[in-house]
Design a protein around this ligand. Sequence first.
Ligand SMILES: Cc1ncc(COP(=O)(O)O)c(C=O)c1O
Length: 401
Amino acid sequence: MSDPFRRSARIDAVELSEILKISELADALKREGRDVITLGTGEPDFPTPAPVIEAAHKAALAGETTYTLTAGTLALRKAIGEACQRENGYRPETGEIIVCTGAKQVLYNAFAATLDPGDEVLIVAPYWTSYPDIITVCDGKAVVLPTSAETGFRITPDQLRTAIGPKTRWLLLNSPSNPSGAAYSKDDLEALAEVLRDAPHVGIMVDEIYQHISYVPFHSFRAVAPDLADRTLIVNGVSKSYAMTGWRIGWGIGPKRLISAMVAVQSQITSGASSVSQAAAVAALEGDQQLLAERCDDFRERRDMLAAALNATGVLDCPSADGAFYLFPGCARAFGKVTVKGRRIETDADFCEALLEEEGVALVPGRAFGTPGYIRLSYAYSRASLTEAATRIARFCANLK
Ligand SMILES: Cc1ncc(COP(=O)(O)O)c(C=O)c1O
C-alpha cells in the first residue's frame, strides 16, 4: 500500500548529514558514560555580547514583538548598509538587502527564487555540507569543482572557465571557507571575476559569513568586482562574527530584481525574521566592533596550537587556515594501517569512527564535505578541550601499525 507520508523524490535525495551521524554516535557513547570530546560543531564558543542581549530585551519590552517587513526592519537594513560601507567600502541600498532567518535561508531563498529543474550550480569541494542539499531541495543540480591541499583548496580561473556550461545558473563561493579555512585573495577574486565577465548567464553567490574570522586581509567579492554587482549575491550574517548562531539572523545583498524575488519566496515560508533578533542584530552591528578583532586573535592562537599538534603526529598533514575556525588535515598516511584495537583504516570515515570509538574524539570525515581523505576539526572549543583532544589524537596516531 502506498504510504501517504512517503518522502517526495526531492527530499529522498537529501542525505542524513554525516555530521549528524557522528554526533549521534558520540551521543550514544556519552550515554554509555564514555568521556567524549566533540570538535565537530561550527559555532563560536564565545557568548553573545551582553549589550546585544540587553538591546533585544529592551526591544521586546518596547513592543517590537510584531511582524516586521518581510525584507527586514528598516533599522537593520540601514545598519547592514552602514556596516558594509565601513568594512567593505560599498553601500548597498535598502532595496538591495534582504534579512533572513540565518544565512542558510538566504541560500534557500535565492535558489528557490531562481532555479528551474536541472539548472546547475557550481560549488567548490570541500564545501559546507548544506550547499548540495539546499540546491537539491530547490530542484537544482550541484556540480562539484574539486580542490585539494595542493591548490590551497581554491579553484583556479581555468577550472572555472572549463566548468561553466549553458545550464550553469550560479557559481557559489565561500571565503573564508567552511571546512578548509581557505580564503580567496584580492588577486584570486579578480582572476575569477575576469572569467565570469565572459559568462553573463551566471549568477555569483559569495558566502562571506566568516568575514570577521579571517587571518589574512578579507576582500568582499562585490568590492573587488563592482561591475558584476548586477549579478552578485553576497551572503553574510551575525551568527559567526558576533556569536549569535541561535538568534537566526543572516542577510543577502544583491540586485533589486533578485532581492524582490527572494522576498516573495520568504513571504510564503517564514515572513520576516524574528523582530527581537533583528533588534539584537542592529545592536551588534552598531556596537563595539573591537571584540571582533579580539575574538579573531583568540581563534588564531587556537588554530596555531592545534595545527602544530596535528602536524607533530607524523600521520596528519595539516595546512594552516586563512580563516573560519576549522582545520582540514589530510589523513591518507593512516590508510592501510591498523589501530591498537584491530580496526583497519582505509578511509577518512574509518579514521573518524575508530578515533571516536577508541579515544572518544568526535571529528567529521572529509567525505561529508565532498573531499575524502581529509578530516575536519573545529577549534571553536576551550583550550583545555583542544589540548586533551590533541593528546588523544597523538596517542591514536602513534599506535597505528
Ligand atoms: C559556510 C556557511 N554558510 C552559512 C552558514 C549558516 O549560517 P546561519 O547559522 O546564519 O544560517 C554556515 C553555518 O555553519 C556556514 O558554515
